[in-house]
Ligand binder design. Structure first.
Ligand code: ADP
Ligand code: ADP
Length: 228
C-alpha cells in the first residue's frame, strides 16, 4: 500500500507579495507503507517545508497530497488536527517538553482529551516509553534529563497514539554521537514494527543504513535525486 503521495506540489511562502518565495517546486514523491525514507539536502533546501505539508501543519500552494488514503492538501484546520492525531507522529529537533512535569506526564499529554480511560492511557504510555527506551526515567522531572533523554521522552510522546507515519526533522541535530546512534536504534525498531518513516536530515550517520529504502535528495526546493 502507498502511504504518502505528493503530485506536482508547490509551496510559495508569502504568495502574491513582493516577498513571495517558492520553497518547493513541482515535487512528486511516493512512499510505501513500511518504508524508511531519508530526505537529504543542505539547510534551506525545503526539507522542513515538505514535512510540514505532509503533517498538514501547512498547505501546499498547488498540487495534491494524500496520506494513508486521505487527501490532506486542502483539509480545514480542525480536520488537520484530527488527521495528525490519528495518523502522524512528529519528532522535531526542539523537544517542546513541559520541563516541570515528569516524563510520563509529558508522554500522556496528547491523550488528555482523547476520551480514553486512565488504564488505557497508562498502558499506551508504558508501551511508548519502552519503545523510546525511557521507561527507567518515567517518574523523573524533564528538567533533570540529559539532552538524549529529553529527546527519547519527546519520541515516546510522539508515539503514544500509535501513528502509522513518523516524521522526523533533523532528529540528531542536538545530539552527540552516542545519542544519535541510540536514536538510530529506536528508528530501526520502529521500522521493524512496520511504521512508515520519513527523516529530514543532513547527518551523514543516516547514509547507508540498511533499513533506509531510499534517499531523496533536495536542492533549492526540488528533488534532484531519488535513489534506492
Ligand atoms: P531547519 O533548517 O533547522 O529546519 P527552519 O526550518 O526553522 O530550520 O528554518 C529554515 C530557514 O527558514 C531559516 O533560514 C529560517 O530563518 C527560515 N524561516 C523559518 N520560518 C520562517 C518564517 N516564518 N519567515 C521567514 N523565514 C523563516
Ligand atoms: P530546510 O528544512 O531544508 O532547511 P526549509 O523548508 O526550512 O528548508 O526552508 C526552505 C526555504 O523556505 C528557505 O529558503 C526558507 O528561508 C524558506 N522558508 C521556510 N519557512 C518559511 C516561512 N514560513 N516564510 C517564508 N519563507 C520560509
Amino acid at each position: 500500500m502507498i502511504m504518502v503521495v505528493l503530485e506536482n506540489v508547490n509551496k510559495i511562502y508569502n504568495e502574491g507579495t513582493p516577498r513571495a518565495f517558492e520553497a518547493l517546486k513541482s515535487i512528486d514523491l511516493e512512499v510505501s507503507e513500511g518504508e524508511c525514507v531519508v530526505l537529504s539536502g543542505v539547510s534551506g533546501s525545503g526539507k522542513s517545508t515538505l514535512l510540514s505539508l505532509i503533517a498538514a501543519l501547512d498547505k501546499p500552494s498547488r498540487g495534491k497530497i494524500a496520506v494513508n488514503g486521505e487527501l490532506i492538501s486542502k483539509l480545514p484546520d480542525l480536520h488537520a488536527s484530527a488527521y495528525r492525531a490519528k495518523t502522524i507522529g512528529v519528532i522535531f529537533q526542539h523537544f517542546n517538553l513541559l520541563e516541570s512535569l515528569s516524563v510520563e506526564e509529558n508522554v500522556i499529554v496528547p491523550l488528555i482529551n482523547s476520551g480514553f480511560d486512565m488504564r488505557t492511557i497508562k498502558a499506551l504510555a508504558d508501551k511508548s516509553m519502552e519503545l523510546a527506551a525511557i521507561s527507567h526515567k518515567a517518574s523523573q522531572e524533564v528538567k533533570a534529563l540529559s539532552g538524549g533523554e529529553k529527546q527519547r521522552c519527546a519520541i515516546a510522546r510522539a508515539l503514544i497514539h500509535e501513528p502509522k507515519l513518523i516524521l522526523c526533522d533533523e532528529p540528531t541535530a542536538n545530539l552527540d554521537r552516542a545519542n544519535s546512534l541510540k536514536f538510530i536504534e529506536i528508528l530501526q525498531s520502529l521500522h521493524d514494527m512496520g511504521k512508515t518513516i520519513i527523516v529530514a536530515t543532513h547527518d551523514p550517520l543516516f547514509e547507508g543504513l540498511p533499513f533506509v529504502s531510499k534517499v531523496v535528495h533536495m536542492e533549492d526546493g526540488r528533488i534532484v535525486k531519488n535513489e534506492r
